[in-house]
Design a protein. Structure first.
Lengths: 318, 343, 345
């Protein structure tokens, strides 16, 4: 058996090449092409989508508000003077003042932080749980899948708000951070199921692929296959679901805070503002409308972003 | 030019022996508690030997079990019963590190070049993966060099090591698959319909490549295909499968010129030949009816429901693939005889 | 400097009254986000009553798209018919309204496809599907349509047809499904049957049965047939004339015996030499080097030139038009005569 090295050095290399040596279909002979992965193709599709840019802009805007709120408003949201109750717009308070005399706009800007924090961290935690559960259920199948799928069904059957209320009522600490993490934890623990199902089904599909069989034939072990071959292909649908879930987690947090069991004052949250705005709606609608609009636009932005990413990653459109 | 074989390896010795391999897929019904009601007898007692340096073709139509056979040999499926001996070791009993070593010696080229490569890995990663899994196959630091050599050996440009599969054509992707199969320097490569999914003008390129590689590296092939013309071209010996059994096995000459089993004869007769004058010259055999279900194969000889020679004994007694009077190669027919096969 | 000149293909004499079906200088392009793919570039062929024309080509040659253009089932967009005529019994189908094309589709020109499983509706029994055409287009009563469906299924060789009327497509084997599709196509007694790779997905024994069926039916019903395929073996068995396509053009047009004996185009010659043959134990197969062209960037001059063993400078500069060889054969090659002579040796 001759060595690869010797063979490669012989002159019949060129003769062996039935091909001109260039990649085929997409590019022509002689045209150098930067290697483009599937993510690269997706990016190119995204670039042309107006929905992507609009939603991305909104998301970046809201994120900026969360990180550097002082960039958007000079007023202190906790600077509430009762004498200004329901006053009209003035000096940086574009939408006037609310029942407590706080700057409505400033509160909305500062409220972005809590919402985004909850949304992002819940989505992250959900993602981790969903990936682990979905991967194990989809890859190992049989009884592992049977057990995990029943767990998913059970958790899915639990009404989110009801369970959140029950769990959060038990959190008696008044520390802001503790409440924050409690909300994040509760949302993630109740909301991972949809993403897990998506992961599970894409793992099942990926598992059947020829290239997975090829890796197995090379002697790859389970962990290698899961990590190298299945995870990257199961990630894309998961990212889409999680982006959209981010939006709905933000809405859920607002709902919980609105109901008084989520975040509580003095934390600034859109849900809290919506609640107090609702109470005093007759006197002035603005303190209700402004945080509602911020909330609606933010949730919409994330959902649109998730949609745009899903379309770009859709292999069928390739 | 074949390099001289190293002393321990003699050309012509048996390197893979398959003995009575069986794979039944159970059919169960029931929602809560599954009850086994039958089985799809995909492979039902297949035996053959593969010798060093030869190409053994396995032909048959859909449902004959050749793909299941390939999957079993690659240990993607566990056989219901039967043995296979590779390098003197029991292929199906091996596990752990012994299995990993055996896997290095037998690799596969898959049919569909569009699904057999991970779309998210570069070509270099794909061909380099065998070295990641078996670090002892490439001395430290030489993996990249080895990958480039492999690309060159299969006729691709080594500079394209960082490209992705979708940037290559079908024929080129198949070459990548072949390079991956070669990486661990196996002695046996199972080719599962390697050119069926390719355009006609590209098939020839890949077939030539496989033949060259066989000469240069002393490979042995199990070549699974449904295209009898391709099989004749590349194979030394051919096994014909029908409904999970080998009905006839012999050298390429014996099968194509002196087939004795009626199914083989019908198969050969049905292959279209690119010669308009052959229209009137060939003896045409047309089978009627459908292939029976592998879940419920006919008793005795499985081919009897479509065979023009079938007699009562065919339903009673299953013919085994043994040498027959008409021609010494094994054929599973009670009435095996030569037919004038003019092509 | 490239120019092309197209002449009508005279591979067989024009019968009085013109050809039954004639495609003239058809140009079709596909407009996608990545660019414009020139899928058909000046294709002309014709079909007369009672004959079988084979359109031979590999993937990307445009053979299926031409047929879809004839049937009027091209997805527009992204497909656009830029120019050309499709004459059926003298009338240009491309100039007709969708309603008029519907009259032709199925009733005069019918088509069968490669994959019967996707061409048949899985939720309706086959008898119902065959009968639907008859009820809709011919206004037959349920009972009449039923009877005719049984007749058709018998005609295509489905055993116990009457009993299988109520079966669903998945209950048939691949070959039987193909027969059902053929029965559906024949329901309205078309004069032309276009078969697009009808046997590619079938086992070889079934393929032989289906090809026998098609030739038998063609004779019995006096239909004309266009057989689209890439399989040189199948073509040799059934075709009267062959049009070989490459990169959206017809590169050679000849009667079947002349083509196989002595091809006059390097592509045809290369194809014939590269296929493994059942009747010959070969040495290394000769190959056509290179890859099929990217239809968005078709090479200048002759589209085959990057892969051609006969290539000269003129091939890069000038698009070859159809050279007429003896007996009405044409070949779109500057060196057609030499290629023919080489092949005949």
């Amino acid at each position: 058996m001759s060595d690869f090295e010797t063979v490669a050095a012989t002159e019949n290399q060129a003769a062996r090449r039935g091909v001109s040596g260039e990649p085929g279909a997409p590019n022509q002979v002689g045209v150098p092409q930067k290697p483009r992965s599937l993510a690269g193709h997706a990016w190119r599709d995204l670039r042309g989508s107006p929905i992507f840019w609009i939603s991305l802009a909104l998301v970046v805007l809201v994120a900026a508000m969360a990180v550097v709120p002082s960039l958007f408003t000079a007023n202190n949201p906790r600077d509430c003077v009762l004498s200004r109750q329901h006053a009209g717009p003035s000096g940086g308070a574009f939408f006037g003042y609310d029942f407590q005399g706080c700057d409505t706009y400033s509160r909305a800007v500062y409220g972005a932080r809590a919402s985004l924090l909850v949304g992002a961290l819940s989505a992250l935690l959900t993602g981790i749980i969903a990936l682990v559960v979905g991967m194990l259920a989809g890859y190992f199948g049989r009884w592992v899948d049977a057990v995990l799928s029943r767990v998913i069904d059970i958790v899915l059957g639990i009404p989110l708000l009801l369970a959140a209320i029950v769990l959060l009522k038990r959190v008696s600490s008044s520390s802001d951070n503790v409440r924050l993490f409690a909300v994040i934890f509760v949302l993630a623990v109740l909301g991972w199921t949809t993403a897990a199902r998506v992961v599970r089904s894409s793992v099942i599909t990926a598992k059947e692929q020829d290239y997975v069989a090829a890796a197995r034939m090379l002697g790859a072990g389970n962990s290698r296959i899961m990590w190298r071959h299945i995870l990257p292909n199961a990630l894309a649908p998961a990212i889409v679901v999680l982006t959209i879930a981010l939006g709905s987690f933000i809405a859920a947090e607002a709902t919980l805070s609105f109901l008084g069991i989520g975040l509580k004052a003095p934390t600034i949250s859109w849900g809290i503002d919506i609640d107090s705005g609702r109470v005093h709606m007759r006197e002035s609608a603005t303190p209700l409308v402004v945080p509602s609009a911020f909330l609606a636009l933010t949730v919409l932005a994330f959902i649109m972003l998730g949609d745009a990413i899903r379309d770009a990653f859709d292999p069928k459109l390739r | 030019m074949t390099a001289p074989a190293s002393p321990a390896k003699v050309r012509g010795e048996t390197i893979l022996a398959v003995d009575n391999l069986v794979k039944h897929f159970p059919i169960s019904t029931g929602v809560l508690f599954q009850r086994r009601v039958g089985a799809v007898k995909a492979v039902d007692g297949v035996s053959f030997e593969l010798r060093r340096g030869e190409t053994l073709g396995v032909v048959g139509e859909s449902g004959c079990g050749k793909s299941t056979l390939a999957r079993m040999l690659m240990r993607l499926e566990t056989p219901t019963s039967g043995r296979a001996t590779l390098e003197g070791r029991d292929l199906f009993r091996a596990s752990g590190s012994e299995l990993r070593r055996l896997r290095r010696n037998m690799q596969m080229v898959m049919q569909d070049p569009y699904t057999s490569l991970n779309p998210r890995m570069t070509v270099g990663d794909i061909i380099g993966e065998p070295f990641d899994i078996h670090p002892d196959a490439a001395p430290k630091g030489s993996k990249s060099k080895r990958v480039q050599e492999l690309l060159d050996v299969v006729g691709l440009n080594p500079e394209h090591i960082n490209r992705y599969p979708h940037q290559f054509s079908g024929g080129q992707r198949q070459r990548i698959g072949i390079a991956r199969a070669l990486a661990l320097r196996p002695e046996i490569i199972v080719c599962d319909e390697p050119v069926s999914a390719l355009d006609v003008s590209i098939q020839a390129q890949v077939i030539n490549l496989l033949e060259q590689l066989q000469d240069e590296f002393g490979l042995s092939y199990i070549f699974i295909a449904h295209d009898l013309s391709v099989v004749r071209h590349i194979c030394d010996r051919v096994a014909v499968m029908y409904l999970g059994k080998i009905v006839e096995i012999g050298t390429e000459d014996e099968i194509y010129e002196r087939a004795t089993h009626p199914y083989t004869q019908a198969l050969l007769s049905a292959v279209p030949v690119p010669d308009p004058d052959a229209r009137t010259d060939r003896t045409i055999i047309r089978l009627t009816g459908d292939v029976p279900s592998p879940a419920d194969p006919p008793s005795g000889c499985r081919f009897r429901t479509r065979c023009w020679k079938a007699q009562e004994v065919c339903a009673r007694e299953e013919p085994h693939a043994v040498p027959r009077a008409a021609d010494p190669h094994p054929s599973a027919c009670h009435f095996a005889e030569l037919r004038p096969t003019t092509h | 400097m490239t120019h092309s000149a197209v002449r009508p293909t005279p591979a067989s004499p024009t019968p009085p009254g013109g050809h039954l079906l004639e495609v003239r200088d058809l140009h079709v392009e596909f407009r996608t986000g990545e660019g414009v793919a020139k899928v058909i570039n000046g294709v002309s062929y014709h079909l007369d009553a009672g004959e079988t024309l084979a359109v031979l080509g590999e993937s990307g040659s445009g053979k299926s798209v031409t047929a879809q253009a004839i049937m009027g089932i091209l997805d527009t967009p992204p497909a656009h018919v830029r120019s050309g005529q499709i004459l059926y019994q003298g009338r240009d189908l491309l100039k007709q309204s969708e309603e008029q094309r519907r009259q032709v589709r199925g009733k005069e020109i019918a088509m069968i496809f490669q994959d019967a499983l996707s061409a048949l509706n899985p939720v309706f029994p086959v008898g119902w599907q065959i009968g639907e055409t008859l009820r809709q287009r011919e206004g037959m009563s349920r009972a009449d349509a039923r009877a005719r469906s049984v007749e058709l299924m018998d005609l295509v060789g489905i055993p116990a047809a009457a009993k299988r009327l109520g079966d669903y497509p998945h209950q048939f084997s691949g070959g039987m499904r193909q027969r059902v599709m053929i029965a559906m196509a024949l329901a309205l007694n078309p004069k032309v049957l276009i078969a697009d790779e009808p046997t590619t997905a079938l086992d070889v024994t079934v393929q032989a049965q289906i090809m026998d069926l098609l030739t038998g039916l063609r004779r019995e019903l006096d239909m004309a047939m266009i057989l689209i395929t890439h399989d040189l073996g199948v073509v040799a068995g059934v075709a009267d004339r062959i049009a070989v396509m490459y990169a959206g053009r017809i590169v050679e047009h000849a009667d079947v015996r002349s083509l196989y004996r002595a091809p006059a185009h390097p592509y045809t010659k290369g194809l014939l030499e590269s296929i493994p043959r059942l009747d010959m134990r070969g040495q290394a197969l000769s190959t056509i080097k290179g890859l099929p062209p990217n239809l968005m960037r078709i090479p200048s001059g002759c589209p085959f030139h990057p892969r051609c063993p006969y290539v000269q400078q003129v091939c890069v500069d000038v698009v070859p038009h159809d050279l007429v060889l003896g007996d009405g054969r044409t070949s779109a090659c500057h060196f057609a005569q030499e290629v023919h002579d080489d092949s005949a040796r």
